[in-house]
Design a protein around this ligand. Structure first.
Ligand SMILES: Cc1ncc(COP(=O)(O)O)c(C=O)c1O
Length: 440
């Protein structure tokens, strides 16, 4: 495509001018590979944007969407319903941990986050605690791009032009290179101490004003930061002690990314609300789902009078095509054993870990961290150009046939869960070459 043909699309999270001068176009995808407009095959080590967990182009999903489009293309879900959304909800409730049995549909991770924040406020209001309005997020957290999400998120670029309009405060992030560099699996040190910071924030604001803590069990877009041992459990304990809700943003972690359906199960910590999206439909249709505890639903819905209980929802909530895609996706995850394929102690995760850590000692590499089939390699910032190294490595890898995600001075990998050892070998080989080319 030429410059004129590329002009109209204002692309998201993209350096538009650079892209349009040198476009990287995808025209097809199958299994572990993209096809580019030059008919190159590119190994997908990112599952798209952390979403195509079952790999690309699965016929079962394509057929389900096509069939649904011919049967019921759309159904409003304000005051009306269609059977598939109830079947899907029942299935998600079965998969969810603890009492998270109520499912509210959105179209994206960002909308799931907004929905979860509103649920928390509505819950406290229904309990007579309307003063609980502050949300605690975490530095380097990413919770999407809407106003609630950028308020609780901890990535400065995402809010500096827009503000943070929801009352908020933030825990520090959990990365500590002095204590935990080159950690394999969960970092060993500092978990409880880091979590205890929440007590300080509670002292600062008072528990009577704090609605919820929202964190990703493993920070994704902030650099892939697995929680140090003990961290999540301690956060849960502190929330319980002070009547503060805990929201896990599992938009990346959900649907097999940590070796279980949800990271909540992997880390044995049950939050009050889980946000999901991405892997729910394998990326094949836009959809998010918020899983809320029975206590949240009972307070907000059962406790209310007649009429609409929660003034919230989207035109495309529970869209029939997305529900069909999600049902088919869950079939594949179950049939192909994908929820547990990347289990931390499993053969595949171990192989991935060994490959990654063989890169220690390469020029510029200051950290390698991984959990299950999720990993990051971090580089020393270039003089005068902090945040540029990830992009350099990403471009070099793309030219050699592999897609990576660049995150400032790091690159992330979150491959489809169908990955085989031979793909891991290829990925580590290309990454090594890219690092040597760019940073020697
Ligand atoms: C943890 C987390 N929450 C929310 C979002 C936002 O999702 P979306 O881009 O679908 O709005 C993302 C996206 O990467 C995410 O990683």
């Amino acid at each position: 495509m030429n410059t004129t043909e590329l002009a109209a699309h204002w692309m998201p999270f993209t350096p538009n001018k650079a892209f349009k001068a040198n476009p990287r176009m995808l025209v097809g995808a199958q299994g572990m590979y993209w096809t580019t407009d030059e008919q190159r095959q590119v190994l997908d080590m990112t599952a798209g944007l952390w979403c195509c967990n079952a790999g690309h182009g699965h016929p079962h999903i394509a057929e389900a969407i096509a069939r649904q489009a011919q049967t019921l293309d759309y159904a409003p879900c304000f005051g009306f319903g269609h059977p598939l959304s109830f079947e899907l909800s029942e299935r998600l409730a079965q998969l969810a941990p603890g009492n998270l049995n109520k499912v509210f549909y959105t179209n994206s991770g960002s909308e799931s986050v907004e929905t979860a924040l509103k649920m928390a406020l509505a819950y406290h209001q229904a309990q007579g605690n309307g003063g609980k309005q502050i949300f605690i997020g975490r530095e380097r957290g990413y919770h999407g791009v809407n106003f609630g999400g950028i308020s609780v998120g901890g990535l400065t670029n995402n809010h500096k032009a827009f503000g943070q309009w929801i009352p908020n405060d933030h825990l520090s992030h959990t990365q500590d290179l002095e204590l935990n560099a080159f950690s394999r699996g969960l970092p060993l040190y500092g978990g409880e101490e880091k979590a205890n910071e929440l007590e300080k924030l509670i002292k600062r604001h008072d528990a009577s004003r704090i609605a919820a803590v929202i964190i990703e069990p493993i920070s994704g877009a902030g650099g892939v930061l697995p929680p140090p041992i003990g961290y999540l459990k301690r956060i849960r304990e502190i929330c319980d002690r002070h009547g503060i809700l805990l929201i896990f943003d599992e938009v990346i972690c959900g649907f097999g990314r940590t070796g279980n359906v949800f990271a909540s199960q992997t880390f044995d910590v049950i939050p009050d609300i889980i946000t999901t999206a991405k892997g729910l439909t394998n990326g094949a249709a836009p959809m998010g789902a918020v899983l809320a505890g029975d206590h949240i639903y009972e307070a907000v819905v059962e406790g209310a009078g007649a009429g609409v209980e929660l003034f919230h929802g989207y035109t495309y909530s529970a869209h029939p095509l997305a529900c069909a895609a999600a049902m088919a996706t869950l079939d594949i995850y179950e049939q192909e054993g994908l929820y547990h394929r990347g289990a931390e102690k499993g053969e595949l995760a171990r192989y991935f870990e060994q490959g990654l850590h063989s890169l220690k000692g390469l020029p510029g590499v200051v950290d390698i961290r991984n959990y299950s089939l999720l990993a990051a390699v971090e580089f020393e910032p270039l003089n005068g150009k902090p945040g540029a190294t990830g992009g350099l490595i990403q471009t070099a890898a793309w030219e050699q046939g592999m897609m990576l995600r660049s995150l400032g001075d790091a690159i992330a990998m979150s491959p489809p869960l169908i990955i085989e050892k031979s793909h891991i070998d290829d990925a580590i080989g290309i990454l090594e070459l890219s690092i040597r080319q760019q940073l020697s």
